[in-house]
Design a protein around this ligand. Structure first.
Ligand code: HEC
Ligand code: HEC
Length: 163
């Protein structure tokens, strides 16, 4: 046996040993990675038409309606059919906000900025599912006043003015 072959065998043995030590369970599916599981059926997205409150001021609002079959590629943008400035009187959809008209240098363009063309980069439909990973996000209101967004809250008492 040449020394090259011996090295290769040694490497293979080391690799096999380390591969056995690794836990090969896919935590998301709860099955070993080499086992094909039956994916759960696609859940129905929220179609309530009720706008959700945002978890923080700069959050892209989530989509409260179905988007099945809406074409969104280089040829057509179905979202803009309703959300563009000149269509909202017919669609009653909220207009894309001013930030969507801003170019990368902060100038306002006449039309939707190419940076904002692919809406689903930031806006997503919602479904009620058990999240595979826990979320420890805390709303700023909860942090300041002990309430979540959407709950009525008592504003903090203003500080007493010194006399
Ligand atoms: C047929 C018209 C129509 C189309 C097409 C459409 N929307 Fe809407 N959208 C609405 C209306 C109307 C609302 C207001 C809430 C409601 O009625 O669902 C809305 C609400 C939203 C909101 C919530 C805004 C907020 O302030 O909470 C987002 C985000 C949104 N749409 C994104 C999209 C995206 C992304 C697409 C394309 C994938 C899209 N919409 C396509 C009509 C439309
Ligand atoms: C790069 C991320 C990004 C992309 C891409 C994007 N948005 Fe937004 N969108 C946001 C953020 C962030 C907000 C909330 C702050 C703001 O208005 O800029 C928002 C706000 C909105 C709102 C609420 C406006 C209001 O005044 O209540 C609508 C409607 C909306 N977007 C629709 C769209 C549609 C339709 C597209 C695609 C043509 C799109 N957005 C693309 C990030 C994005």
């Amino acid at each position: 046996m040449t020394s090259n072959k011996r090295m290769l065998l040694l490497c293979l043995a080391a690799f096999a040993g380390s591969a056995q030590a690794v836990d090969a369970t896919d935590a998301m599916r709860g099955a070993p990675i080499d086992v094909t599981t039956r994916p759960p059926p696609l859940a129905n997205p929220d179609n309530s038409d009720l706008r959700s409150s945002r978890s923080y001021a700069m959050q892209p609002p989530v989509i409260p309606h179905k988007i099945d079959g809406y074409q969104l590629d280089k040829n057509a943008n179905r979202c803009m059919f309703c959300h563009t400035r000149t269509r909202t009187h017919e669609s009653q959809a909220p207009m894309i906000s001013v930030t969507h008209f801003m170019g990368r240098d902060g100038n306002f363009l006449a039309e939707l900025s190419p940076r904002r063309y692919f809406c689903l980069q930031c806006h997503v439909p919602q479904t009620t599912l058990k999240p595979p990973v826990d979320n420890t996000f805390i709303d700023v209101d909860q942090m300041l006043y002990g309430t979540q967004a959407g709950e009525s809250r008592q504003p903090p008492t203003p500080p007493q003015r010194a006399r």
